[in-house]
Design a protein around this ligand. Structure first.
Ligand SMILES: [Zn+2]
Length: 331
């Protein structure tokens, strides 16, 4: 078939099937083949695991590859579809957005069949894979410019029942943070589209900065925990240890909790992720690039909260985010 997205194999084939999701060619590129693995053990939960939506977040693709090693043998029931790299052009360019069309794949859902490549990827996933599942794990990292506490995240969902189910699955990862993210603009995101279709969707932010082995172990353990909670595999829940802590907190972050730099400069963190801070505590300092030109600016906590993410590496521009804080849901 030419011109419509399709799989090169039948998803209802029992057992392990490998093939591709064909994203048709368009004005800006030839057809794109997304590798897809299907694990079909019959009745049970139906799960889609995607990674590599943003090409500079490599934790997800690595964890997805690790799943390929053990999940086929461990799976007891249900169907699991794994797409290790959703956005191959961005992954090859090690960029958040696609080098083909400049778009952020996570802002163009549900996509368009006749749009640029990113919209065609979103259209193919929305039409071919999403209807086949009840639950989606979308594996992200926070990117190389942030320190971030591994977190399973969701936006607030208007449907109270879906919100309850989503939070239950998000907490089952047992990551250091379960985050309800009150983002300022969620249009075109994969999760909001999937949730509008009644799916449980967890966006896992698996770390930031360099891809290190401890964080990968935490991420793999967390995904295994979530697979156990869904009943797809059997096993003991393991609480991952992150920075000597074995705990998991459910937090909520508001749009005003993304703290921004007032000027271009160098950000000096004065705290660490997961630190508890009080209103007025020093989170970091933005220093001017030319130390004699102007004075440094303190970034202080606007409220009692917990630090989830801190900018690291490279200078920051004016109005760029330098820290993400969040507050316990029961405060
Ligand atoms: Zn991402």
């Amino acid at each position: 078939m030419i011109g419509a997205p399709h799989l090169t194999f039948a998803l209802d084939t029992p057992g392990v099937s490998k093939g591709h999701l064909v994203v048709p060619k368009g004005a800006d590129s030839e057809a794109l083949l997304l590798p897809v693995l299907s694990l079909n053990k019959g009745e049970g939960p139906r799960l889609l695991v995607t990674a590599g939506c943003h090409g500079n977040e490599l934790e997800g693709p690595i964890v997805a590859r690790r799943l390929l090693d053990w999940l086929p043998d461990a799976q007891k029931c249900g169907k699991v579809i794994i797409v290790p790299v959703l956005n191959p052009p961005a992954a090859q360019a090690w960029s958040r957005n696609s080098p083909v069309d400049g778009l952020n794949l996570n802002r163009v859902f549900p996509g368009r069949a006749d749009g640029p490549l990113s919209e065609r990827i979103a259209d193919a996933v929305s039409r071919i894979l999403l209807p086949m599942v009840d639950t989606v794990f979308d594996l992200h990292g926070f990117g190389p410019r942030w320190e971030f506490a591994p977190a399973s995240t969701t936006h607030p969902i208007a449907d109270a029942d879906l919100m309850r189910k989503t939070l239950q699955v998000a907490e089952a990862f047992k990551l250091p943070v379960t985050l309800i993210w009150d983002g300022p603009d969620t249009r075109g995101m994969f999760d909001t589209w999937a949730q509008s279709q009644g799916k449980v969707f967890i966006c896992a932010e698996l770390g930031g900065g360099t891809v290190d082995s401890d964080v990968l172990m935490i991420a793999e353990t967390a995904v295994r925990n979530a697979l156990i909670s869904l009943g797809i595999i059997e096993g003991e829940i393991v609480w991952p240890t992150f920075r000597q802590q074995r705990s998991s907190r459910t937090l909520r972050t508001l749009p005003s909790d993304l703290l921004k730099s007032p000027a271009r400069g160098i950000f000096e963190p004065r705290c660490s992720v997961l630190d508890e801070i009080k209103q007025g505590d020093l989170i970091g300092i933005v220093h001017p690039m030319d130390p004699w030109s102007s004075s440094s600016t303190d970034i202080r906590a606007p409220s009692t909260s917990i630090v989830c993410g801190l900018r690291s590496g490279e200078h920051v521009d004016a109005d760029e985010a330098v820290a993400l804080i969040a507050r316990p849901v029961n405060l």
